[in-house]
Design a protein around this ligand. Structure first.
Ligand SMILES: Nc1ncnc2c1ncn2[C@@H]1O[C@H](COP(=O)(O)OP(=O)(O)OP(=O)(O)O)[C@@H](O)[C@H]1O
Length: 434
């Protein structure tokens, strides 16, 4: 056996010196006892599963399909879907990838150990020898980023809520809220700016590292009940694919409890605090969302730069949101006279209905689209605040597209959604509740 093994290594050395390729092995487990999982093996597995096997054309001739019994809901959408089988490269088969013009070939090996039923699995990567030294680091970084993205997009997310003190523990359930930025009726300008702000935050690792700022972003959502604050949080969580930690401050008795809870929150999470009259110190890659129905009552100290970076006012539906909801709920599109009447009531008459109220009218008439939009127009007409047509067209606030109150000027994005951006912790101190 020893002689054979020696001959085998000699043969491999000879081959290695003659071949134009370099080979890199990625075993599944590390160490002499092979018990420590190799994270890189998992990255390669994921990368091949999604990026190559599904997309490569023509596909490799032999794939292994599996559906573990524990497989729960999966898929990248926020709504539950049937479990999708895992696809993997069958043992001793290869698949090719192209990176920066270079061909990389992955082979999956599965060797049964002598005198044992145990199997050792590994991937080997073949790269052109001349370029291997320069290509490998960049290729591995690309692979790790893709695997990380795939892992997050397929990971089941959870909604955490804090139990009553003194347990200092979070309880969690699967997070499957159906609201996304696609289903949310929002002013298009506000939607676009929120999406770009979230993208800048989520992709800002290098920026936050370079500037030394804690990688976190505070949002203040304010508006009346039913204006969509919770829905927007769900859409943000689904968009970023973050977990949600709903922090109920009335259940937190002491500062130590609060700190213990915050320490347990994971990176890539949204922390929701509905009672914002508090002071918190948070660091790490997190989005903190504060909500309130009455922004005017907030202690100005809490609105100072660095605490709540982005202020979003959600309010009554603007005409755009009404049309979007009518289309989505009952399939009535633009041009319908009742929608024109609804728009007129909002724009000229100052009528106000929150998205929740509009949704409710449409929902209870969902089998009769005509009746739905007629009732909606009637309801808005009844809420008109003008009596004469001289009441000039009202200004529109960019943040929510809803009419401003008499005498107030539209503030625009800068006014309503302020990116304050100063280096500061979320609040002055971590002294807990005030
Ligand atoms: N922008 C929107 N687009 C579509 N539906 C919406 C929107 N805003 C609210 N809704 C509907 O109204 C319902 C209530 O909204 P939501 O709970 O998000 O409001 P909220 O501002 O958080 O209210 P509260 O202050 O009472 O918690 C949602 O379930 C959703 O169906």
């Amino acid at each position: 056996t020893q002689l054979l093994s020696l001959l085998h290594s000699l043969w491999q050395s000879l081959q290695d010196s003659l071949t134009p390729y370099s080979y890199f092995d990625v075993p599944e487990f590390l160490g002499s006892a092979a018990v420590e999982p190799n994270a890189l093996y998992r990255h390669v597995q994921l990368y091949l599963q999604r990026s190559l096997l599904v997309a490569s054309s023509p596909p490799p001739p032999r794939l292994t399909l599996s559906l573990p019994r524990s497989a729960s809901v999966s898929g990248t959408s926020s709504s539950p879907t049937a479990p999708v089988p895992h696809v993997s490269l069958s043992p001793n088969h290869s698949v090719a990838d192209t990176f920066e013009g270079h061909r990389a070939v992955w082979t999956h090996h599965a060797d049964t150990l002598q005198d044992s039923l145990e199997e050792r699995r590994s991937f080997s990567l073949r790269l052109p020898k001349r370029h291997a030294a320069t290509v490998l680091p960049a290729y591995l970084a690309h692979l790790a980023a893709a695997a990380d993205h795939l892992e997050r997009s397929s990971r089941a997310r959870r909604l955490h809520t804090n139990a009553a003190s003194p347990t200092r523990a979070w309880a969690s359930v699967p997070f499957c809220h159906p609201t996304t930025f696609d289903t949310l009726a929002l002013d298009p300008a506000l939607k676009a700016r929120l999406l770009s702000d979230l993208a800048a935050f989520a992709g800002g690792a290098e920026f936050y590292r370079r500037t030394g700022r804690p990688w976190k972003r505070g949002y203040l959502l304010h508006g009346p009940p039913g204006s969509g604050k919770s829905s927007l949080i769900a859409a943000m969580a689904n968009h970023l694919r973050y977990d949600v930690f709903d922090l109920e401050l009335t259940r937190v008795a002491t500062n130590a409890d609060l700190r213990a809870l915050l320490i347990q929150t994971t990176n890539r999470s949204i922390i929701v605090i509905e009672d914002i009259d508090c002071s918190l110190h948070l660091t790490g890659e997190r989005v903190i969302v504060f909500t309130t129905n009455h922004v005017d009552g907030i202690d100005p100290a809490l609105l100072r730069p660095g605490r709540m970076d982005v202020h979003v006012r959600l309010d009554a539906c603007g005409p755009h949101a009404v049309r979007e909801l009518a289309d989505r709920y009952v399939g009535v599109g633009a041009g319908h006279e009742m929608l024109d009447a609804a728009e007129d009531a909002i724009v000229r008459g100052g009528a106000e209905m929150t998205p929740a109220e509009v949704g409710e009218v449409l929902l209870r008439n969902r089998d009769e689209p005509e009746a739905a939009v007629t009732e909606l127009a009637a309801e808005l007409k009844a809420r008109r605040r003008d009596t004469d047509d001289d009441d000039a067209l009202r200004q529109w606030e960019l943040s929510d597209g809803s009419p401003t109150k008499k005498g107030r000027k539209g503030l625009g994005w800068e006014g309503k959604v302020r990116i304050l951006g100063r280096l500061r912790s979320l609040t002055k101190s971590d002294s807990g509740r005030r």
